[in-house]
Every structure is written in C-alpha cells, then in structure tokens.
Design a protein around this ligand. Structure first.
Ligand SMILES: Cc1cc2nc3c(=O)[nH]c(=O)nc-3n(C[C@H](O)[C@H](O)[C@H](O)COP(=O)(O)OP(=O)(O)OC[C@H]3O[C@@H](n4cnc5c(N)ncnc54)[C@H](O)[C@@H]3O)c2cc1C
Length: 520
C-alpha cells in the first residue's frame, strides 16, 4: 500500500507505525463507582473503557496510535432493556454523572467521546448493543419495530426471512446501529429521494432522565411540530433511543445500472442536476471527479463518472435507465457499456467484477479500512461533506478546493483534494471531499485542525451546511453554532432542560445545556 501511495501521490518517506498494544496504554483509575445493583450491566473493565473512549475519526485514530486515553469513560454500561436504561439514567442523574450514549462508535465528530463537564463527577459510556432485536413486523403496513442497538447487517439478516429490507446503507453500515443512525440523522447511499433515515422513521421510543418519550406510529400527521423530529438528530443529548418503528420495503428484484463518463467534471455536474430534476428518482446516483474515479479504479483516463442505478420489487426498469442515460448524454455524457439490467431475488454482497460501478462498490466498502492503514503509514487523510443549492455549487466547489489545497500545501507541503457528489436533490447536491497529504509524525492533529478549519470556513462563507450526514458532535460545534438560528438553540436548550434537567446527557454536543450556562 505504501508503495502504491508513494507512486500515485508522490509521497515519500512512508513507514509503518507499529500498532499500539492494549497493555501499553495507561488510563486513569475511574473516579466513580456504580452501586452494586447495577453490577449486572455496568463495568469498569479496562478494555471496555478503552474501546469506548473514541469514535472512528482521523483525530480518534491518531490519538489512539499515540496511546492517549486520558479521557476514557470511568464506566461502561451495557443495558439489556428499557428498564436497565432508566436505572442507569436515574442513578447518574442523582449522582451528577455524565452519560454518553454509544451505538456502534462510528462517530466521526467526537460524538461519543467521554466529554465531561466541570459540574459532573464522572462519565459513563452507555452502549446499546445488547438491545439488537427486531421485535415485531407489521407486514401489511410494511413496518418493523426494532431495538436501537442493532447493527446494519444484523438488522438486514432479521428482515430478510420476511422478504423485507430497510435499504439504509451508510458507508459505516457494517459497524453502526439503528439508534446511532436516528440520533445522527444518518444519510444512506440511496442517493436520491429517501436519503436520510428521517423519512424511514414511523415512531420512536426514547428513555430520558424525565421518563419515557414515545411517539405514535402513523404514516403521516399534521398535528403540530413532529415529536419524532425532536428525537431524530438529537445526538444523545435528550435521551437514549431504545426502539423505533421503521418503514421497510419489499426486497427489490429488478435492477438497472449504468456508468456514464464525462470529459469534464462540470458536464457531470450538469447531468447530475438534470437527473435530480427529471423526476426519475434513481436509487443511486453519484458523480466522481477524475481523481476519485482514478483512485477508486473506476476510470483511469481522468474522466468523471456518474453512476446511476434503479431498483424495484415490482417492475422492470429499462425505460428508466434509458431515459437517465439520455438525460446525461444531453450534457455530454457517454455510456460505452450501455445499461445493464438484471433480475434476482438476492442482493449481491461481494460487488466484485469488471464493471465500473462494481469497482466502485468494492472501493467504497474498503475505504474505511484503507483509511486506518494509511494513517498507520503516516498519511494525513480525511473526508468532509456538505450540501448547498445548485446555484451556489460552482462558487462553493472552487472556494473549498482552493482553500483546502492551500491549507494542505501550508501544513504538508503537498497533497490532493478530490470530490464526489454522494447525494443529489432537485435543489442541490451533497458534495463529499477527501483530502490526502503526507503527515508530520507528532504534528498530525495540528495539521488536520488547520485543514478542517479552512474547509469549514469555506463552507460557511458559501452558505452551505457544516454537515450533510456526519452530524455535529463536538468537532463541528463552532460552525454549527453559526449555522443554526440562536432562537433555535434556546428552544433546544429548553427542551433539554425539560427532558434532562441535570444536563447529564452527552455534554458538549450540539448545545451547552442551561445548567452549564448557569454554572459558568
Ligand atoms: C468510515 C465511515 C463511514 C461513514 N459513512 C457514513 C455515511 O455514509 N452516512 C452517515 O450518515 N454517516 C456515516 N458515518 C458516520 C457514522 O457512521 C454515523 O453518524 C452513524 O449514524 C453513527 O452510528 P453509530 O451507531 O456508530 O453511533 P455512535 O457513533 O455510537 O454515536 C453517534 C452519536 O449518536 C449518539 N447515539 C448513538 N446511539 C444512540 C441512542 N441509541 N440513543 C441516543 N443517542 C445515541 C451518540 O451519543 C453520538 O452522539 C461514517 C463513519 C465512518 C467511520
């Protein structure tokens, strides 16, 4: 890998950093103890505390390599039921102890870090993974009631015997949970129409320090502001999501795909917009710029590639894919391989084969593992994503790529910035950027912070959002604070004061609770 990266990106001096060993890590002794009646579900075991210290961001992996675990949570709770969750929250509220909900721990923004607060005596990481069952299926209404700690593959495995699927595939699908998706408003890789988890939630159950917050399962409702929407995106600051009733689908059997090549990225952008505004609603539509296409072995000649796919459980899709190709062709696209149609009653999981979209799928699933390997080689590599209107995209893209490129050159001497549109909407795209450069051993966090700030400032300058699907957590707070209306922050603070009066849940994420403000 080191040789490939050196030759492709012209980085030299890459060497493998030894993997840290658990026994070399020093962590402070826990500052709190749980009462004996919580012994069944709460532990202070060292390995549990270590593995709940971080999420999976670049910063997290670098800090783990440095054996820096001074923020390890004091205790880890693994509740098995809503009653268990309520017991942990009651005890923690009474004792002024922070509780950080933890699903799969794939947060990339410091969302699961044991961020305490001066007024709190310690931190418990509350891991939901022992609540992982599909509890009930309403086949007639295509609904499934599911516990929040289920991982993506476990959920699909439980739905498959019923011929059903949630069809929500974030890139972190393998290791993230339903509760995490709801808490972070995750974006799946069905890239038009129902992109975020929001649309798939029919109702939720959340245990808060003030009691159970449960909403009614309805196909739609016009009864005031939606209580579901208070929970969706709450990032663990209002309560612990324990269950949700999800809108599921019959597993698709008809598929149609095409990879359309463009000499210039701008032509691909025009085609993506035309497609998003055509009313065709492909289940997948993503545009890779020339570098992305090259690095992911999708196209080796520098062309940008738009990958389009449709799927249905009901009807063949020939007409849809042919129309999509025609729309893209009117913007300068060529589809040398033509459309590929298939019928099967099983989703192909390996995704390996000769076609461009299959090369992409392999690269997509392997990317997270690749990032960890690259970090161990001394490569600075991270991603960020946003969304903006089509009318703002050109200026945003230019500003972001220039700002990040100059920051990379300042801190690393060289590097590359690549872009893909991961999601497309009638009113705008969600661009996703990757930056990669040589890291300075020992100075990685400072290098990263300068690039991240340059990127985030460019997003703010151009009226874009600080995140389309990576949530806010702690890392995005400074820019989120500028993006959301102040009055919304006060309203959220008031909601938190009602559901979590002692402010114990995930302090530092999204807002500063009223109690922290009073305290200072
Ligand atoms: C390689 C990689 C690729 C990724 N790709 C995507 C992507 O394509 N789309 C996307 O949306 N995100 C993506 N992410 C980000 C991350 O996977 C999502 O934010 C995901 O939804 C987090 O789920 P989780 O179960 O891992 O939650 P965690 O990381 O454990 O927690 C995330 C946040 O949710 C809170 N939380 C978790 N569970 C609960 C609960 N039951 N109740 C209340 N609060 C809770 C936590 O306190 C924290 O604030 C990616 C991350 C990685 C590392």
């Amino acid at each position: 890998l080191g040789e490939q990266v050196s030759s492709l990106l012209d980085f030299d001096g890459l060497s493998v950093h030894p993997l840290p060993l658990l026994e070399d890590v020093e962590i402070p002794a826990p500052t709190i103890r749980a009462p004996s009646w919580l012994d069944r579900i709460v532990t202070s075991a060292r390995e549990e505390r270590l593995t709940h210290t971080y999420g999976k961001s670049y910063r997290d992996i670098v800090r783990a390599f440095r054996l820096s675990f001074e923020n390890a949570p004091d205790l880890v709770a693994r509740p098995e039921s809503e009653d268990d969750v309520a017991r942990v929250l009651d005890w923690a509220s009474g004792e002024d102890i922070a509780v950080v909900p933890y699903g799969g721990g794939t947060s990339v923004n410091g969302g699961v870090e044991a961020g305490g607060s001066e007024r709190l005596r310690g931190v418990v990481s509350l891991d939901t993974r022992r609540m992982g069952r599909v509890v009930e299926i309403d086949r007639q209404s295509l609904l499934a009631r599911v516990q929040a700690g289920v991982l993506g593959p476990e959920l699909e495995a439980q739905l498959r015997p019923h011929g059903l699927t949630l069809r929500h595939y974030p890139q972190s699908f393998e290791l993230s949970t339903l509760g995490g998706w709801i808490a972070t408003r995750a974006g799946g890789h069905f890239a038009t129409l129902y992109t975020h988890i929001d649309e798939l939630v029919a109702s939720v159950r959340m245990i808060t320090p003030s009691g159970l917050f449960a909403t009614r399962t309805l196909p739609a409702s016009g009864a005031g502001p939606s209580p579901d929407r208070l929970v969706i995106g709450s990032e663990g600051i209002l309560g612990v999501i324990t269950e949700a009733t999800m809108r599921v689908h019959v597993r698709p059997s008809f598929r149609a795909k095409a990879s359309i090549h463009f000499q210039r990225f701008e032509q691909g952008v025009a085609a993506a917009r035309a497609l998003a505004q055509s009313g065709l609603h492909p289940s997948n539509a993503r545009l890779l710029d020339g570098d992305e296409a090259l690095l992911n072995a999708v196209a080796l000649d520098g062309s940008s590639v738009l990958m389009v796919a449709f799927e249905s459980a009901d009807h063949p899709l020939e007409a849809w894919i042919e129309r999509a190709i025609a729309v893209a062709a009117s913007c300068g696209g060529a589809c040398p391989g033509g459309p590929r149609l298939s019928y099967s009653d099983e989703h192909r999981a390996d995704g390996r084969g000769g076609h461009a979209d299959e090369a992409w799928k392999s690269a997509f699933l392997e990317a997270p593992y690749l990032q960890s390997a690259l970090i161990s080689l001394g490569v600075l590599v991270d991603t960020f994503e946003t969304a903006c209107t089509w009318s703002r995209f050109e200026a945003l893209h230019q500003d972001v790529t220039q700002s990040v490129r100059s920051a990379l050159h300042r801190v690393a001497g060289k590097g590359r910035v690549t872009c893909r549109l991961t999601h497309i909407y009638p009113d705008g795209p969600a661009p996703y950027y990757t930056f990669i450069g040589p890291a300075k051993r020992g100075g990685e966090l400072e290098q990263w912070a300068e690039i991240k700030a340059a990127a985030s400032e460019a997003l703010m300058r151009n009226g874009a959002t600080i995140t389309h699907h990576h949530a806010v957590g702690r890392t995005h707070r400074p820019w989120y604070d500028r993006e959301r209306p102040d009055l919304f922050a006060s309203a959220l603070r008031a909601a938190k004061a009602s559901l979590d009066p002692k402010g114990i849940l995930n302090p530092g994420v999204l807002i500063d609770p009223q109690v922290d403000r009073d305290h200072t």
